[in-house]
Structure formats: structure tokens, C-alpha cells
Ligand binder design. Structure first.
Ligand code: G3P
Ligand code: MG
Length: 247
């Protein structure tokens, strides 16, 4: 994987700098770059015509002026929608494709955490498509893949043994690190509250896995991630996290 800054805990922007710009938009990723983040996290789905779409939810209802499932809409239909936030209802933002985000990120040496959102809608063939695109763009060293769908992570590994993967998991799992290690997965991606259990941190260290923690936005949570010696903090506020990590 590429190294950016000397920070021992890297700062990855969750859905971009989504505390300041609408989540998963090019503008949120551009701001993460400007704020000096070490990486970004983004969510991916597949449209009706097979395009890789960067958005969090399975449907467009929460963050755009449209309604419906991504899997039922074409790229052209998705591109017509306006992304807006309560703070910026004018909707000057649009849904990006994965190719567009990668095009922006290839100008940097930042890490890119692609979260495959394929636990509710399954998007057959999405793994192959993502790997093909990343390879074509010559960005394989910048990528780590995560998902709540662990079969999908195994499929990525089967397609390319060199890919970096991280498991996402639900609340209250005991020793997910051992589980991940047994599957040949490289990292655990816990929600920040898992760090309240010293046993959990010990299990991750014992397994020799990397730990990338989400979503730490409050200063005390960012501090907790730093104190746990995690490799990355995933946050909506990269500037805030950088200040605390570098203190
Ligand atoms: O990848 C970390 C985090 O983004 C997982 O949850 O719902 O924010 O995609 P969510
Ligand atoms: Mg995510």
C-alpha cells in the first residue's frame, strides 16, 4: 500500500469530507484532498446498465431529489438527479461514478477504501467490474476493499490474491480479528465503540491485522482511535482528526 504522511494513525475521509460537503460527491472528495487527508472511504452500488455508482444508500431518496433504487435506474437517469443537503437545498451536486472518483484520486497518493454495498442488493459481477477498472487505471496499490458481505471479500481475493481487504461487522461480535485472519482478510474495520473493549484491541494485535476505525467524529472518539494504535481513523471531519492525531 502507498504511504502518504508520517502519521502513525492515518486519516481517511468517510464518504469524503462529508461533515462539510454532501457525502460521496466529488466535492467531498476534493475537500478531503485539500484538508490533507491520507485517504478516503466511499460506498459503491451498480446501476441498471451496469455502471459503478458512488452512493451510500441502495436508493436515491435520502440525498437526491429523486426516488427509486439505484439497481433499477440507468446512469443517465442517475446523472439527472440533484444531490442536496438540508444546508444546501439548491442541489448543485451530482452522483459520481466510481471511475470519476478514481480519476480525481489518481492525482494523489491517497488510499481509497471502496466499501462494496452489496448486502441488501447483490449486484452480480460487481467485484470483477471494480477490479477491472482499478487495474485499467493502474491504481491497485492505492486500494483497500471492505464490505459487510464477506463472501464478496472472499470473491475479490479469489479474483486477485494481492488485494487488501477489511471486514465490516455488526455490533457486539467477539473476536472478529480471529475470524478475519482465518479467512485471509487483512484488516478489521470496527465501529468506534468496539475500542471500549480492551480485549478487542488485544485480539486485533494478536492476529496481526490492521485496524481502520469508523466513524470517529467527536474529538474523544478520534483520541480513542489514536490511543488504540489503529492504522486509520475514518471520519467525516479530516481537518479535526488531523489536528488531534498530530498533537
Ligand atoms: O466503511 C465504514 C463505514 O462507512 C461503514 O458504514 O454505513 O457508513 O457505510 P456506512
Ligand atoms: Mg461506508
Amino acid at each position: 500500500m502507498t504511504e502518504t504522511t508520517k502519521r502513525t494513525t492515518k486519516v481517511w475521509a468517510h464518504r469524503g469530507a462529508s461533515g462539510y460537503r454532501p457525502e460521496n460527491t466529488l466535492e467531498a472528495f476534493e475537500l478531503a484532498i485539500r484538508q490533507g487527508a491520507d485517504g478516503i472511504e466511499l460506498d459503491v452500488h451498480t446501476s441498471a446498465d451496469g455502471e459503478l455508482i458512488v452512493m451510500h444508500d441502495e436508493n436515491v431518496d435520502r440525498v437526491t431529489d429523486g426516488t427509486g433504487l439505484i439497481k433499477d435506474m440507468t446512469l443517465a437517469q442517475l446523472k439527472e438527479l440533484k444531490v442536496s443537503t438540508p444546508a444546501e437545498p439548491s442541489g448543485i451536486y451530482h452522483i459520481p461514478t466510481l471511475a470519476e472518483v478514481l480519476e480525481l484520486m489518481r492525482t494523489t497518493d491517497m488510499m481509497i477504501n471502496i466499501e462494496l454495498k452489496n448486502s441488501i442488493c447483490f449486484y452480480p459481477g460487481m467485484e470483477e467490474k471494480i477490479l477491472k477498472l482499478v487495474k485499467e487505471m493502474n491504481m491497485e496499490d492505492q486500494l483497500i476493499y471492505s464490505s459487510f458481505n464477506h463472501y464478496s471479500l472472499l470473491q475479490l481475493k479469489q479474483l486477485n490474491d494481492h488485494v487488501q481487504t477489511g471486514i465490516l461487522f455488526s455490533d457486539g461480535w467477539v473476536n472478529p480479528a480471529m475470524y478475519a485472519k482465518n479467512l485471509g482478510i487483512n484488516a478489521v474495520h470496527p465501529a468506534v465503540y468496539h475500542l471500549k473493549y480492551p480485549q478487542f484491541i488485544e485480539e486485533v494485535k494478536r492476529a496481526g491485522l490492521k485496524m481502520h476505525v469508523w466513524t470517529a467524529n467527536k474529538p474523544e472518539h478520534i483520541q480513542l482511535v489514536k490511543d488504540a494504535g489503529a492504522e486509520a481513523v475514518i471520519t467525516n471531519y479530516p481537518d479535526r482528526a488531523i489536528e488531534i492525531i498530530e498533537k
